[in-house]
Design a protein around this ligand. Structure first.
Ligand SMILES: [Zn+2]
Length: 140
């Protein structure tokens, strides 16, 4: 997946909320293909705000959906890297407490997502630790 700048790694801009408003730099708008007179729609969601063109063609809509999916995948990959691979966990002989997934319930994680992390070899013990501690796993 490549962005408009042709890079496989996504450009990131950092912004602070000032006076409860968010300014998006012109360079970022241009990279996203937003024209100067573009009407935008934003969707405040839990822990994320999505900004879309208010009017899109079918190809633009599909590209936007594809890009949102790619962002989700990159966030999952980031968390996988933070948790690291399961190497039997610290206690060695007994192995990872989450080797047997049947009774596993980690936070509010949907079972499909939990299975995906497990299949990727991510240490679910680490994942659970981060879910319980609610420590910062992104942007530090
Ligand atoms: Zn483990």
């Amino acid at each position: 997946m490549k962005n408009r700048a042709g890079k496989s790694e996504y450009l990131r801009f950092v912004a602070d909320v000032n006076s409860m408003a968010l300014m998006i730099p012109g360079a970022a708008l241009k990279l996203s293909g937003f024209g100067e007179q573009e009407q935008l729609e934003y969707r405040p969601l839990e822990d994320v705000i999505v900004v879309l063109k208010k009017h899109m063609t079918a190809p633009e809509l599909l590209t936007a959906a594809d890009q949102l999916h790619a962002v989700a995948v990159s966030l999952y990959n980031h968390l996988s890297k933070v948790c690291g691979p399961c190497e039997g966990c610290e206690d060695g002989e007994e192995g990872c407490p989450y080797d047997d997934l049947e009774d596993t319930n980690i936070g509010d994680l949907p079972p499909d997502l939990l299975d995906a992390f497990a299949e990727a070899g991510v240490c679910l013990g680490e994942l659970e630790e981060h879910m319980i501690l609610e420590d910062t796993v992104y942007g530090n």
